[in-house]
Design a protein around this ligand. Structure first.
Ligand code: SF4
Length: 180
């Protein structure tokens, strides 16, 4: 996996209360969180979207930070991408595509990242996620509309859509009504 630079950290950053826990052992608590919200420099332009409250969850050992796009094989930095002709659910149904600003179809990469994120949640028994709003991967409720003009439309990103299918409850970074 080409990740472009050394500053973005790992696509997965996990913390557990008991460091002796086996990585594959189900914790039956906690959250998947978008890695950019935890401070990893994994956005398309190599920056982060740090929310200190999300990073605290990592420090408390109740969250696993995941970047689906990097997990799927995208580099950091990378071209911007948006869902064209639908939303994440339609991408999973093969009725819409994810394309970069220059028109490259990266649907397979985005679906792979979503599947890997779901696999992590299943392996750890995690049933909740706090995801970055508006993203073609992590967005929940609203996503960019495919025109690359910073316009939004209703819908979920590819990873959010897949997690929802498996009854994982999703919050975004603006929510603060989840219990630890
Ligand atoms: Fe990665 Fe999701 Fe953040 Fe995009 S929004 S950089 S896919 S964690």
């Amino acid at each position: 996996m080409n990740t472009g630079n050394a500053d973005h950290g790992s696509a997965i950053m996990a913390s557990r209360r008991n460091s002796s826990e086996c990585p594959g052992r189900a914790v039956n608590r906690g959250f998947i969180v978008s890695a950019c919200l935890a401070g990893l420099n994994c956005t398309y332009n190599g920056k982060n979207k740090l929310k200190p409250r999300i990073r605290e969850l990592i420090k408390k050992g109740v969250a696993v930070a995941v970047c689906p796009e990097v997990l799927g094989g995208s580099s950091v930095p990378r071209e911007r991408c948006e869902i064209s002709g639908g939303d994440g659910g339609q991408v999973l149904a093969k009725k819409a595509a994810v394309k970069t600003l220059s028109g490259k179809d990266i649907t397979a990469t985005m679906v792979l990242g979503a599947k890997k994120t779901l696999a992590i949640a299943k392996r750890l028994g995690i049933k909740r996620a706090i995801l970055k709003s508006n993203s073609p991967s992590c967005g929940y409720g609203m996503i960019y509309d495919g025109t690359f003009k910073d316009k939004l439309k209703k819908g979920n990103g590819v990873t959010a859509a897949l997690l929802l299918r498996y009854s994982i409850k999703i919050y975004n970074e603006k929510d603060d009504d989840y219990d630890l």
